[in-house]
Every structure is written in structure tokens, then in C-alpha cells.
Design a protein. Structure first.
Length: 104
């Protein structure tokens, strides 16, 4: 089983070929190709390569499946006994990427 750990958008993701992941919004068109080169770890069976901090020469390629916005999150602030209420909604944009291959 081949997998890798990548870093994008300030978060880390475990990726495998054929897997779909939702990442922070990327500037790429739907159906376009995207390459992740911040690879922290690559594992292929018993062979594991750990970066310090990145694995040199490793690239993960994938295709953008869709661009979208997540479900609405409600931010509600409330102070009791002072009539203080604030309600705000937020929808985080995301990019869904299907991983095609892991190159070393």
C-alpha cells in the first residue's frame, strides 16, 4: 500500500492514489491538474521515507473534481443577563481533489 502525507493550506492530509480529499481552496479550475510538492512522508509497503522537513523530489499529482463551499457554520455569541446576542454564519470554500499518483 502506497501513501503519503502532504501539507497544504496549513493542514496535513494522508493521501493514496484514487482517494478524494477536501482541501482549503486552491486557485485551479474544475477538471484541471494540481501538483502538491510539500510532501512530508512517503511510504511504499515497508519502505518509508521521512522528510526533514520535506521529502526531496517527491510530488503528488491529482485532478480537481470540484470547487465549492462547505455547509454553513453558525457563530453565536451570547452574554447572559446583558441582552447581548450576535449571530453570524460562515461557509468555508474548499477544493475537492482526486489523487492520481505519487512520484518519488
Amino acid at each position: 500500500m502506497k501513501f503519503a502525507i502532504i501539507k497544504t493550506g496549513g493542514k496535513q492530509y494522508k493521501v493514496e492514489p484514487g482517494k478524494k480529499i477536501k482541501v482549503e481552496k486552491l486557485e485551479a479550475e474544475q477538471g484541471g491538474a494540481v501538483v502538491f510538492d510539500n510532501v512530508l512522508l512517503v511510504a511504499d509497503g515497508d519502505k518509508v521515507e521521512i522528510g526533514a522537513p520535506l521529502v526531496s523530489g517527491a510530488k503528488i499529482s491529482g485532478n480537481v473534481v470540484k470547487q465549492g463551499r462547505d455547509k454553513k457554520k453558525i457563530v453565536f455569541r451570547y452574554h447572559s443577563k446583558t441582552r447581548y446576542r450576535k449571530k453570524k454564519g460562515h461557509r468555508q470554500p474548499f477544493t475537492e481533489v482526486e489523487i492520481k499518483e505519487i512520484k518519488l
